[in-house]
Design a protein around this ligand. Sequence first.
Ligand SMILES: [Zn+2]
Length: 265
Amino acid sequence: MSQVKKRVKWNRVFGAATLMVSMAVILIAWIIPNPEQESENLTHPGMSLAEQSLVFEEDQMEDESHEPSVEIAAEVDDVVEEILPCACNRTSLKLTGNPYSAHQKAARNLPNSFFVKNVSELNAGKQRKKLVPVSDGIGYHIAPLQHSHAYLLPEVKSLLEDMGVAFANELIGTPSEGTTFRVTSMTRTGDQQEKLGRKNVNAIGESSTHSYGASFDIAFTDRPNNNADCSDPTWAIQRVIQSFQNSGRILVVPESGCIHITLRP
Ligand SMILES: [Zn+2]
C-alpha cells in the first residue's frame, strides 16, 4: 500500500514541476521581446539604423529651418510695427479754452438735447433717434469705451465726421498720411458721470456736457507706421481744433489727458 501511495505522490510532484516549468517558459517568452519582431519595427527596408537616424536629423533640421523661422519673423515684425500714440492734451497742444459754463449752456441749447440720466434714458434716446451710433470714420477712430457710450446727438456726430475729414486732409501727402485721432469719450449717463465724479474736473453731476450727447474727447492721434514722428499729426490736430473753434462751431477745454470738445448751437 505504501509503495503505491509513494508512486502516486511522485506522479503529482512530476506533474506540478512540469506545469511550473511550462509557465516559466511562457512568462520568459512574454517578457523578452522577439529580436526579429523588434528589428522589423525599427528597420526601414534597405536602411541601416545609422541611415535612419540621419533621416530623422534631416527631418528635424527641415522643421527648424521652416516653422520656427516664420515664428521668429512674426515676432520681429511685431516689434518693428509697434507704434506709439501721439498725445493730444493741454500739454502737447497750444489751445485756448472756453469756460465750462459756456459748454454747459451750449449742450442744453442744442436741438433735441436732453439729460441722459441712466441707461433707460439712453435707450429711449436711441429709439427716438435723438442719439445716433458712432463708429470709426475718415480721420478718426473710437477707442474701447469703458465710461461712456458710442452715441452722440446727430449734429455732434456730423461735427466729429467733419473734423475727421479735415484732419485727414491736413496729412495728405505727408509721411503721416492715414493717421487718425482717437475719440476716448462720448455720451455718459448721469450714473456713469457720478462714478467718475471725483476723478474728473468736468464731472459735476448733471452738469457734464457728456450727459447731453453734446461732447466728445480726443486724447491721441495714432499713426499708421513709424515713417515719421509725432510732429505732423500734432500740428494737424491743433490746426483743425483751432479752425473749428475760430469759426465758432465748437467750444474747447484742454484737459490734462485729452481735449474736450462741445458743439455750439
Ligand atoms: Zn470730456
